[in-house]
Design a protein around this ligand. Sequence first.
Ligand SMILES: NC(=O)C1=CN([C@@H]2O[C@H](COP(=O)(O)OP(=O)(O)OC[C@H]3O[C@@H](n4cnc5c(N)ncnc54)[C@H](OP(=O)(O)O)[C@@H]3O)[C@@H](O)[C@H]2O)C=CC1
Ligand SMILES: N[C@@H](CC=O)C(=O)O
Ligand code: NA
Length: 433
Amino acid sequence: MAQDVVVGLLGLGTVGSGVIQIINDHQRELQHQVGRPVKIGKVLVRDKTKPRDIAINEDQLTEDAAEILNDPNIDVVIEVMGGVQEAREYILEALGNKKHVVTANKDLMALYGSELLKVAADNSCDLFFEASVAGGIPIIRGLTEGLSSDRITEMMGIVNGTTNYILTKMDQEGRDYDEVLKEAQALGFAESDPTSDVEGLDAARKMAILGTLGFSTDIALEDVIVRGITTVTTEDMEYCRQLGYTLKLIGLAKRKEGRVEVTVQPMLLPDSHPLAAVNDEYNAVYVYGEAIGETMFYGPGAGSLPTATAIVSDLVAVIKNYVLGVNGHSIPTPLFEKQLKSDEEVEAKYFLRLHVKDETGTFKAVTSLFAQEDVSFEKLLQWPLETEEPAAEVVIVTHKTNRAVYERIYNELENMDVVIDVKSSYRVEGGHQ
Ligand SMILES: NC(=O)C1=CN([C@@H]2O[C@H](COP(=O)(O)OP(=O)(O)OC[C@H]3O[C@@H](n4cnc5c(N)ncnc54)[C@H](OP(=O)(O)O)[C@@H]3O)[C@@H](O)[C@H]2O)C=CC1
Ligand SMILES: N[C@@H](CC=O)C(=O)O
Ligand code: NA
């Protein structure tokens, strides 16, 4: 690294433009911290002729990644182009050329994080990725530095801004799912293909990263049980409200006696839970540590400047490490062998909404099924439905049971003669163990 630190930027979209803006606007503070000027060298884009909002010299733009990856003057490569295979190749090449790397790419880190971190360490380079989870919120640094002395047992995150925005507007304004999704896209929170937001995959990638770091065990994307928000209705939300719950898309990672579960699904939280008050596009990660107890990290999980803040802070960390001569130790390799919980070990309460025949024996048949499995009800609501055939809506919140038992009950209910339809089912969370 010469006196001036030169950065190569792969991508100049929402996040890349924010990175340039922060490096320019905060130059004085950055220099004060790292003792040297920080400059943008070349910037990779797909199309050099595209009009840009950010002021940049035309000769800094390139459509050829090699001009950055092989430029000996570039010290740090910031990858904010997205995608997986090309981004992986470029990062591997940058590390191979002894360039430190900062990335915002959760898709890539969830799939190839351990490989890339190993290559970084082998090349004595840093690889930081704070922006990949919950944008500007310093959750990765919070886990790997701030809480590094503790043993984390639970992380619950609202880690996708798009779905939190949609659920908030459906809940508070009774608005339609499709209409609000379009609005979230127009506001720039959603991924270019919002399927990964609404189907829970974006949150699953982030939870795989958090699970790996928080529990020091290698959580793969396929270890995360995922369900998105596409089937959530405003009726479900109305019942939740009546029962004192808020419905949120939650990424949950729990560890007990060395065994872990990681899942992303719409869940009911008691209104008093700190995550229940996290609205619109905001993100938050609730972390429970054996020693510290409850903590919560809250803030903007997406957007140009918030995300760029995390990236430039990573850049500062790279330069400080360089000054101290300690690059190449970004994140320790996982300590524990992975042990996933079995269905019998995953315990939770459940919310169920059923349409049942309004006739003698229905209630007995339904309650007998639960009794047979030794599952009792914590809350129960019943209303007549205005249908041709006499029918009723039944809403049940169970006491704790395990996932294997609950799935058996759910499957039985679907096949029962007295049950017209299982309208919805959600896990209920909120206590830290
Ligand atoms: N947007 C957000 O709020 C957040 C984004 N992220 C992550 O940050 C990354 C960037 O996101 P974002 O800025 O929104 O994305 P954009 O789509 O806004 O920008 C992507 C940029 O990369 C360039 N690019 C893409 N593919 C290529 C390629 N194959 N070759 C050359 N240039 C390429 C594009 O060039 P051109 O301009 O010519 O099209 C564009 O400048 C993603 O990994 C995303 O998941 C993480 C947290 C929040
Ligand atoms: N699409 C994502 C953007 C940030 O990761 C979100 O909605 O949170
Ligand atoms: Na972050």
